[in-house]
Each structure stands twice: as C-alpha cells, then as structure tokens.
Design a protein around this ligand. Structure first.
Ligand code: ADP
Ligand code: ZN
Length: 606
C-alpha cells in the first residue's frame, strides 16, 4: 500500500520536473531581446518590426535585423512618452499593432504557467478518481474492513451448520448470538455480555469461520478485518483506522466486528525494536480506548482471533475488554470426520470412500487442511475425467498435502535413486522394528515437494502425550536413513540434512523443556515467549551460566549418539531385509506398510 503510493507520487514529481524543464527550454529559444527605445524606433523606420503589442508598461513585438534577413526575433522595450509612435508605425506599414490596457501580468502568467496548472488540475482529478474508484489509494485513515451485510439469501448465509466439531466453542458463543439477536431483551433479562471475545487456536482451525457463523446465526452485519491492516508505516494511521472501524460498527449496530491476527496490533507493548514508542503502540492504545469507550448496550461485539495468545499485551485481556476467551482446538478423530463430511457434501463421492478411514489417516490436520484435502481430491478426479471422487484420489490428496505434489519430471540418476532407496528403506526398516512407533503408511522414492523420497507414518489415534522412549525411537528412525547410507556405501550425502535438523530439535526439547535428561533434571530452559521479543533479548540468555549451557549441549549429544548407534545396530542385524526392501522399492517406487511386513516375513524364510 505504502509502496504503491510512493511510486505513484514519485511518478508525478518526475513528470512535473520534465514539463518544467521543457518549458524553460522553449522559453529560452524564444527569449525576448531587450531593445533600447531608440533602436526600436529605427527598426520601425526601416520596416523591420511586426506584431507590436503596446501596453502601459511595455512594448513587445518581433523584429528582424535587416530586410534581407528573414529571421524574426522577439523583443521587449519600455515605452516612452512618445506621441508619434502610432503615427510612425502607420507610416511605415507595420503589420498589426495593438494596445492592451494591462493589469497585464495575469495573461502572460497564465500562458507561461498554464501547462503546470493543467497538470495540477489533472493530478487532483486523477486522485479523486482513484478514491471514488474504490481503490481508496489516499484514504489511509479509513478501515479496510470488509462488510458482509445481513444476507437476505438464506442459502449463502454461513451458520453453525457449516462449522463442524468445535462443540465447546459453539456453546460458548451461543450467548453472544442471543445477545446480538435481541440486545435489549437480553439485557432486561439480566444477561451480562462480554465486550470482546478472543478465539485462540492454530491457523486453519476455523476461527474466522466461527465468527462468521456467529454473525450468520444472529443475522447481523459482519465487519471482517485483519490486525496487519492496522499496522502501517505512518504513525497515527493504524489508530485512525481502529477509530473508523468502531465508528462503522456503531452505525450498523447490532453487528459483529472481527479482527483476525490481533497479535499484529495487540503485541506486548515495549517489546520489539524501537523501544515501544512506535506506531503499533498507538494503535493498541486506540484499540483499548475504543473497547473501554463503547457500551455493549450499543449492540456491537468484537471478536478477535490469534494463534499467539502468549504475545498479547496483558491490558487486552483485562475485564471489560476481551473478557471471554475461547480455545478453538485442532479437531479430534470425530471432529475430522465431521469436517470431511461438511466439505464433501459439495462433491460426488464414490462408494469406495470411507470418511472414517480418511479421518484416521489425517491425525494433526486442521479444518483448513481437510477442506483443502477434499478440494484436491476433487481436482484430481476432474483431471482424470472421473465422474466421482474415489478413495485413491483421497489418498493421493493426503500425500500431496503432507509432502507436496509428486515431481514426475524430476530426473534422478540410477546411482542417486539407489542411494535414496537405501536411505528411505533405512528409515522404514528401523520404524518397523521399533515397538512404540506409529505405523508406516507408505514408503516412496518418487520425489515429492522438496524431498527426494519419504516415509509416511501416521498415528492410529490422536496423541497428546509422548513418552521418553517414544522420543528416543523417533530419533532412531530419523537416523535410520543416514546410517543405512553409511553402512552400504561407506559414504554419506546431504540427503540426511532434514533428518539431522529434526533430530537435533527433538533432542534439544527433551533436554531443555521436557525434563528428560538426568544431568539437567526437571528444569525448563525454554525462554519465556521465545523469539518474540527481538528487542528485548537478542543475544543469548544470561540467566544460565556457560557451564550449564555446556552441559545442555553434552546431554543433547549423548541422546543423539545413543539413538544413532541404536539405528546402526538395528540395520546391521537386518541387512538382508534392508536389501530386499530396496529391491522392491526400486521396482515399484511406492510400498505400503503391509508390503514391508510381507518383505520382512519373506526374508525370514530365506
Ligand atoms: P482460522 O481463522 O482459524 O485460521 P479459517 O476459519 O480461516 O481458520 O478456516 C479456513 C477454512 O478451513 C474455512 O474456510 C473452512 O473451509 C475450513 N474449516 C476450518 N475449520 C472448519 C470446521 N470446524 N468446519 C468446517 N470447515 C472448517
Ligand atoms: Zn531421511
């Protein structure tokens, strides 16, 4: 937004400069020469003057040096009290002469500045055009909130029926709906209504959808905006937009105001570079003022959403502001099945499709992922000219969402393919032989997204706790790839880069957050609100001594080395199985968990 305007304005400045230079240039070319009056009279007498204009304070015209020379030049001279002038001109057949009663400067001024004035007019006209043209380029201080009016069309209205799962959140919001429906009656009955409702939850869990549905259920207008719209380069702009948003809300009460990503404005004051006296702080203050200032009786309710409740300024959460906080959780198995159901109503499903199985395979997916999954599957079906969406389309869509689209065109040499196959087979083998691990869904050496190959493990049910031995098994699986490469080729590649990064991260968390290291014990080393307060602590945390940090590093190393040697042991003891998996993988490119079970069984008989 800002950028566009700077462009726009600098374009105009450039244009002004160019026009100005051109004008000067042309003026220079036709510059008037000052003539003494006596010379002027001489030229009259020789008939070398034309187009004379006599004013009170000047005489202007054109002259040439001699009759043979036909270049007419402009001149200017000062009139004298000369009663003979007219007579002389008449006698010498001067072509055209005239007199003006001047207050004389306006005319010439307009002629010389005309183009500039025209430009200014044009410029202001364009600006007006842009503003009324809907782009509102210059209306910095106005809110950009999108308004969804009370919809008369019942079929388009979003209601709670469109929101699957989230039962607790819906229940909590019921009160808000009752209020918005009939604010006065609600209060007469003694209902006390929150001014603001804050929805917490991971991206894509349906916070925006819920807010929209509240407006739909209550049948009131819905103003939707995003926190980032209130953060502008110019001080005061954000604050004025907040004011405008509330202004709009009051005008259309009862109504619902929604601010997505409120953390963009609502961040803890005094945090961040710039010491706190910045635009954002002003905006936040304005928001607080507005929230204190408006009376719920007016029938305006503010709903805000964030996935970073930890960074919000405590002032926002005080009573009388966002005093109702609702957590919107990632859907569980049942929730996922319901969300899939809502979205697959819009497409034609084959009888092979079991939404329950898909829900089982998509642990960790949020509503937005599931909506996307159904959409992808429908697109895949359309691409194959199928009439209905099949289970295979759904499966492919899951893989796409987890690992990105297949890169069929990606060319790998046979050598590379073999290395990738051993790497993935290493992961898969270790995963199969360790007890506490999620089942393997698929092993593939078809490049997908950024990965050259992958092992897809999907938990059977949702998990909220992870044990120490599960973490250790995870680490061991992550090293299975690298270790297999090392054992087979006596050489290592960059292929394990991601695995190593993930493993290090897990090990660090085990030591510093989950209290899973003996030497460190059950102390957290997680910095409060990590990474947020850039301005506050850029350098390392000074609460811990170098000695402690050293021990942390050692403990991480121990965990990593332990799981690496475990992986090495598992693979060395099962080289035959590893080879058989690789042969199969190179042939088929994709293997399921069942395929791998069969290979393991068959290898036992060899
Ligand atoms: P958030 O605001 O939490 O980031 P959104 O409300 O924008 O998430 O969700 C994005 C999309 O995901 C929605 O438009 C909807 O299609 C889908 N979605 C998310 N949660 C649900 C749900 N509980 N039921 C149905 N669809 C959902
Ligand atoms: Zn790997």
């Amino acid at each position: 937004m800002i950028k566009k305007n700077t462009w726009f304005i600098s374009f105009w400045i450039m244009l002004f400069i160019i026009v100005f230079m051109l004008m000067n240039f042309s003026r220079q070319k036709t510059r008037e020469i000052e003539l003494e009056y006596s010379r002027f009279k001489q030229y009259i007498k020789t008939g070398n003057v034309q187009n004379v204009l006599v004013g009170q304070n000047f005489i202007k015209g054109e002259f040439r040096k001699s009759s043979s020379n036909n270049i007419w030049q402009k001149f200017k001279t000062v009139p004298m009290n000369d009663p003979n002038l007219i007579k002389d001109m008449e006698e010498n057949n001067i072509i055209k002469f005239s007199a003006i009663t001047e207050n004389g400067w306006l005319g010439p001024l307009f002629i010389s500045w005309g183009p500039v004035i025209l430009l200014v007019l044009l410029f202001s006209w364009m600006m007006r055009g842009m503003v009324s043209g809907g782009k509102r380029a210059m209306s910095f201080g106005k809110t950009k909130a999108k308004l969804t009016k009370k919809s008369s069309d019942k079929s388009k209205k979003i209601t709670f029926k469109d929101v699957a799962g989230c039962e607790e959140a819906k229940e909590e919001l019921q009160e808000v709906i009752e209020f918005l429906k009939e604010p006065i009656k609600f209060q007469k009955l003694g209902g006390k209504i929150p001014k603001g409702v804050l929805l917490f939850g991971s991206p894509g869990t349906g916070k925006t959808l819920l807010a929209k549905a509240v407006a739909g259920e209550a049948d009131v207008p819905f103003f939707s905006s995003s926190g980032s719209e209130f953060v502008e380069m110019f001080v005061g702009v954000g604050a004025s937009r907040i004011r405008d948003l509330f202004e709009q809300g009051r005008k259309s009460a009862p109504c619902l105001l929604f601010i997505d990503e409120i953390d963009a404005v609502g961040r803890h004051r005094f945090a961040g570079i710039g010491g706190g006296h910045d635009e954002r702080e002003q905006t936040l203050n304005q928001l607080l003022v507005e929230m204190d200032g408006f009376n719920t009786r007016e029938g305006v309710i503010l709903i805000a959403a964030t996935n970073r409740p930890d960074v919000l300024d405590p002032a926002l959460l005080r009573p009388g502001r966002f005093d109702r906080q609702i957590i919107v959780q990632k859907p569980d198995l049942k929730g996922r099945e319901e969300i899939l159901d809502v979205h697959s109503k819009k497409i034609k499903l084959d009888s092979t499709v079991s939404l329950n199985i898909i829900a089982r395979r998509t642990s960790g997916f949020v509503g937005a992922d599931l909506a996307n999954l159904v959409n992808e599957a429908a697109l895949l079906a359309a691409r194959n000219n199928q009439k209905t969406v099949t289970m295979r389309n759904m499966e492919e869509a899951i893989d796409r969402i987890i690992a990105g689209p297949q890169r069929k065109s990606h060319f790998m040499s046979n050598k590379e393919k073999k290395i990738v196959a051993y790497h993935e087979a290493g992961h898969a083998l270790v995963a199969k032989l360790l007890p506490s691990i999620d089942p393997i869904h698929k092993v593939s050496i078809i490049p997908r997204g950024p990965a050259l190959g992958y092992v897809l493990q999907i938990p059977e049910e949702d998990r909220y706790l992870t044990s120490r031995s599960e973490f250790l098994d995870k680490l061991t699986i992550l090293f299975g790839g690298r270790v297999a490469e090392e054992i087979i080729f006596s050489e290592i590649t960059t292929g394990a880069r991601d695995d190593i990064a993930k493993a290090t991260e897990i090990a660090r968390k085990m030591v510093t957050e989950f209290g899973m290291s003996n030497k460190i014990g059950t102390i957290t080393f997680q910095k409060p609100n990590e990474e947020i307060f850039l301005g506050r602590d850029i350098s390392k945390d000074s609460r811990y001594s170098d000695k402690t940090l050293e021990i942390i590093d050692e403990e991480i190393k121990i965990l990593i080395n332990m799981s690496k040697s475990k992986a090495s042991e598992v693979i060395k003891n099962n080289i035959l199985v590893l080879n058989n998996i690789v042969i199969s993988l190179l042939e088929k490119e994709n293997l399921t968990g069942d395929d791998i079970d069969k290979i393991i069984e068959a290898s036992k008989l060899e």
